[in-house]
Design a protein around this ligand. Structure first.
Ligand code: C5P
Length: 401
């Protein structure tokens, strides 16, 4: 499955580096070529000779090796691969990547590459759980970096917990998935998700019950079919999926600006539960009780309709615009009206009355309304809805290509 693919394998300095030998063997066994790069610390754990013998290629290690630089520059090295894999990805390498440092060959390649990057982190459990590492992880995920592991288990240092490097076979499976050309390869898809928060004053806001689960599942399913996904999310309960570009916003107006900045896209899916109104007289300072026993009066202004704005673009409109309609009654009629009023191509309608348990739950029952008619799907998990919707989007974009 990996025949003809080239993996640039960056080996970080940790005890798990010994597992790289097995990883290289597995990759070569599946037909991949492996270009190994060792950090200075990695060379303390495995020798360049071992690694280059297994890879059948010279191991790279020194940014300032002038002979090598003349033969194959480090920029070229970072571009010649189909995928860059870092295993083990140490806390130090993750920090360098998150901060954009380039002070040795490994970090320079990671900054210079135009290819997808997959990390297999390995470190002591305390180092993994440290807020600094978790911050770096979140930042790298937002940059679209892919991850395999870490796993939980006994560690070389005698502790137990998350931080063990994924097994070589698991890393190979993640590499397979990252290199598989899905039907959406080369497509850019925009997804909005989660609620918006509309401030009342600096500490209070108006929100809604959207968890962001459906939008997140959808972004992951589109990514799995090979799309480049821009994920514009309000403050959701669920974490954004790895491997997509995350743009975090709070208010509807910020969401509109982020959506406009992320365009052009082949398709745009608006799964966010955007507040229809914002507080027009939001206070700059925390509101205080004035002793009158009366609540301050809030004035509301209508928010921009992001779905309608994008649907009605005269230039650069995505070829497919999909809206959602969360309704509590007469779902199909309201959804049909909404599709006509906003001008989107499809509406994915669902019944969010409390009895259904859909809002904030893990299942969904949707009806798709498009120019051809109405399609009712049985109740299923939100991830299954996402997979089917992603497949339907892929098929539509395939038709109109
Ligand atoms: O009008 P309603 O809020 O029911 O429409 C729902 C659809 O419109 C969803 O796709 C939602 O993401 C989108 N929407 C939007 N901007 C708004 C309101 C809704 O994009 N201000």
């Amino acid at each position: 499955m990996l025949a003809g693919k080239r993996i640039l394998l960056i080996i970080g300095g940790g005890i798990a580096a010994y597992k790289c030998c097995e990883l290289i063997r597995l990759l070569r066994g599946r037909g991949a070529a492996v270009t190994p790069v060792l950090t200075a610390a990695a060379a303390e754990f495995v020798t360049p000779l071992t690694v280059s013998s297994l890879a059948g290629e010279a191991a790279h290690g020194d940014l300032f090796d002038l002979t090598r630089e003349a033969e194959i520059g480090h920029i070229q090295l970072s571009r010649a691969a189909d995928l860059v894999v870092v295993a083990p990805a140490t806390a130090d390498l993750m920090a360098k990547m998150a901060g954009g440092l380039a002070n040795d060959l490994a970090s320079t390649l990671l900054l210079a590459t135009d290819k997808r990057v997959l990390l297999a982190p390995a470190m002591n459990v305390r180092m993994w759980e440290h807020p600094a590492t978790q911050r770096n992880l979140a930042r790298l995920r937002a940059d679209g970096i892919l991850f395999a592991g870490p796993n939980e288990g006994d560690m070389a240092c005698g502790e137990f917990g998350p931080g063990r490097m994924a097994e070589p076979a698991e890393i190979v499976a993640a590499i397979d998935a990252a290199l598989t050309d899905g039907p959406l390869k080369g497509r850019h898809i925009l997804v909005t998700s989660g609620p918006t928060h509309e401030p009342i004053d600096p500490v209070r806001y108006i929100a809604n019950r959207s968890s962001g689960a459906q939008g997140t599942a959808l972004a992951a399913a589109l990514r799995d079919l090979g799309a480049r996904v821009s994920f514009v999310t309000g403050p959701a309960d669920v974490a954004p999926p790895p491997g997509v570009t995350v743009i975090r916003v709070e208010t509807a107006r910020e969401m509109l600006s982020a959506v406009q900045a992320a365009l052009p896209a082949d398709a745009a899916v608006f799964a966010a539960a955007v507040a229809d109104w914002r507080v027009a007289n939001a206070a700059g300072q925390k509101m205080k009780k004035d002793g009158s026993g009366r609540m301050p009066v809030l004035d509301f202004a209508e928010n921009p309709d992001i779905l309608a704005t994008v649907s009605q673009m005269t230039q650069g409109r995505p070829r497919l615009v999909v809206g959602f309609a969360a309704e509590t009654h007469e779902v199909e009629r309201h959804a049909r009206d909404k599709r006509a009023r906003k001008g989107c191509d499809w509406i994915v309608a669902n019944d969010v009355s409390p009895a259904t348990g859909i809002m904030g739950g893990s299942e969904n029952a949707v009806t798709i309304i498009d120019a051809e008619g109405t399609e009712c799907w049985e109740r299923m998990s939100k991830s299954e809805v996402a997979r089917r919707l992603a497949a339907r989007i892929a098929s539509k974009l395939g038709e109109t290509a």
